[in-house]
Design a binder for this molecule. Structure first.
Ligand SMILES: Nc1ncnc2c1ncn2[C@@H]1O[C@H](COP(=O)(O)OS(=O)(=O)O)[C@@H](OP(=O)(O)O)[C@H]1O
Length: 255
């Protein structure tokens, strides 16, 4: 099943409306509505990971589509207790304003490897569409390590070499977080307890970086970048595309 499908959208939105009604009875919930008719909506699609898989690039590419409204920053609603305790009203408040026909997408790469998250997402919306971008697991480990290494360097803090993390007692150290996050099949099993495989659209991160358009096209069954709005959308967001992926921009302009 495609991860983003504007027809299936209708049923997903009605599920969420029911959910919001229940919330309003309990917590005096008020939906934030803008005077221009847009409002904040719960996401219908979540990019759940994987960390360093290309989640930012994927979100930026999807947000080129005029029917997609993307949350700017990582929300960490389902994985951080402090946030989860705040409830759905708080979650909605983190979402961008969007029009009813638009699909709201958020990305928090830590969701994929957090054991509590699949059940929590399921409890919110059983028909949630999940996007998971994976890349070569070894390269992902290096990328993960490098990010933490540079964070330490910037703070002038020492950080062990990668060799010190990789091997423990002569064996691969699967307790090392960066390796553990690359054990995709383990985390996937958690998600499959709650969502069938056809709810989880897997994007090939290695292909996305080399040739993004075919990977993006696979996400939606209907044309993900309607021709009517393609150029307009491309021009207004040109600078972002150039930063993220010049070849996507060229594809969009040539289409
Ligand atoms: N199109 C495009 N533009 C820019 N970057 C791209 C793109 N596609 C994939 N990537 C690679 O994505 C890696 C960062 O992944 P994430 O965005 O998931 O990182 S994070 O988890 O949100 O920190 C990061 O990996 P590293 O280069 O290993 O750091 C990027 O190279």
């Amino acid at each position: 099943r495609p991860a983003i499908n504007s027809k299936a959208e209708t049923s997903s939105q009605s599920v969420q409306r029911e959910l919001l009604k229940k919330m309003s009875q309990k917590n005096d919930f008020k939906e934030s509505i803008h005077s221009n008719g847009s409002c904040r909506q719960l996401p219908q699609t979540i990019i759940i990971g994987v960390r360093k898989g290309g989640t930012r690039a994927l979100l930026e590419m999807l947000s080129l589509h005029p029917d997609i409204a993307a949350a700017e920053s990582e929300v960490h609603f389902f994985d951080w207790e402090d946030h989860y305790r705040n409830g759905l009203q708080w979650y909605i408040n983190q979402m961008p304003f969007s029009y009813p026909h638009q699909i709201t997408v958020e990305k928090t790469p830590a969701y994929f490897t957090s054991p509590k998250v699949p059940e929590r997402v399921y409890n919110m919306n059983q028909s949630m569409r999940l996007l998971l971008i994976l890349r070569d697991p070894s390269e992902r480990v290096l990328s993960d390590y490098t990010q933490v290494f540079y964070n330490h360097m910037q703070k002038h803090k020492p950080y062990p070499s990668i060799e010190q993390f990789l091997i423990k007692d002569g064996e691969l150290n699967v307790d090392y977080k960066a390796i553990n996050r690359s054990l995709y099949y383990i985390h996937m099993q958690n998600w499959l307890k709650y969502f069938p495989l056809n709810h989880i659209h897997i994007v090939d991160g290695d292909k996305l970086i080399k040739d993004p358009f075919p990977e993006i096209e696979k996400i939606g069954s209907s044309a993900p970048f309607p021709s009517r709005t393609r150029q307009e959308s491309c021009c207004s967001k040109l600078s972002r595309i150039i930063i993220m992926q010049p070849t996507l921009c060229i594809s969009l302009l040539l289409e």
